[in-house]
Write a protein that binds this ligand. Structure first.
Ligand code: AKB
Length: 314
């Protein structure tokens, strides 16, 4: 059967790049971009686009009926920082959006569903260094709580109904094509824009705050590799730990200085995102992803810094 793919939340930081990558493999007409906002010119003109709010189940149903997707990627979500500004909306979107998609995937016999989780599922009592796949998880943001609950739902739909649902716990994602979506890790994108524009950046996280990060090229490749992996290589149906690099604002600033020698990092002062960052891991043990479906990141801090600066300069 020919693949037909829905990407729900296609206009966001991940969706923008995922749609393009999937269209290269599956053909423009077979990847349907869906969002509540009008997409940019490139996405809209390359292939099909539908206005969809994942909370409107009837409309979502008509989209499933129209395309009968073999794969669905659900990316629509509120992230950690914006989630704290509107906790009820974050819970509603992150949870009911997922449940609507899982239900419709069963009705329309969708072969595979992808749903992203996050390092936000960990909390203040999770181990901070090399955080393992299985450990204490006590998230204290509504985003983290919704991601942890979502992971349990994914595993439940797999165990109870046999749905082939796959997931990754993304670290902070660094990219230049689309704007970041309101997360705690967004400083690692703003810093590049400001370095080129002003030669300085006032960070909302303290200089020594270490967090797991990943370049978007790695994240897109890893996501598609997980979706392409044979079913018998996937033992985890909640969500896989997924490692890239780990660094602090200070270490990233040092790397930027190799290209912009006068670059200055300052601290913007108290920000609620610091508390969120302090509750998250510093680094991730992703040995399940490595051993089961061969995950290996390609971008270290030097390579991603060079690529960000080169592309943003253009
Ligand atoms: C955020 O900061 O909220 C996201 C994430 C780590 O899931 N980038």
């Amino acid at each position: 059967m020919k693949d037909k793919i829905l990407v729900l939340g296609s206009n966001g930081q991940i969706g923008t790049e995922l749609v393009t990558a999937l269209r290269v493999t599956y053909g423009n007409d077979n990847v349907v971009a869906c969002d509540i906002r009008r997409p940019d010119y490139e996405i809209k003109n390359a292939g099909p686009f539908e206005f969809v709010n994942v909370l409107e189940k009837d409309i979502l149903n008509t989209i499933f009926a129209k395309y009968k997707p073999t794969q669905v990627y659900l990316l629509a979500a509120l992230l950690s920082a914006t989630g704290e500004q509107n906790p009820k909306l974050a819970w509603d979107l992150n949870m009911n959006g997922l449940l609507n998609v899982l239900d419709l995937a069963l009705v329309y016999k969708t072969a595979k569903v992808y749903w992203p989780s996050s390092i936000a599922v960990f909390g203040p009592n999770s181990p901070k260094n090399n955080t393992p796949q299985f450990c204490t998880m006590d998230p204290n943001t509504v985003y983290g709580i919704s991601k942890l609950a979502g992971e349990r739902w994914c595993e439940y739909y797999h165990q109870k109904y046999g749905l082939d649902v796959r997931s990754i716990r993304y670290p902070g994602l660094i990219s230049w094509k689309a704007a970041p979506g309101g997360g705690t890790t967004d400083y690692a994108i703003h810093i590049f824009h400001e370095a080129l524009k002003k030669g300085s950046y006032a960070s909302f996280l303290s200089a020594e705050t270490e967090l797991p990060m990943m370049y978007m090229d790695d994240a897109i490749r890893g996501t598609i590799e997980l979706m392409d992996a044979p079913e018998n290589q996937i033992s985890i149906r909640s969500s896989y730990n997924f490692g890239g690099v780990s660094f602090t604002p200070e270490v990233l600033a040092e790397e930027i200085k190799k290209h912009i020698p006068n670059f200055k990092l300052t601290y913007a002062g108290h920000d609620p995102r610091q508390q969120i960052a302090d509750s998250w891991p510093k680094s991730i043990d992703d040995s399940f992803a490595q051993n089961e479906w061969g995950w290996k990141p390609e971008f270290d801090i030097a390579k991603l810094t060079l690529d960000m600066l080169m592309n943003l300069k253009k």
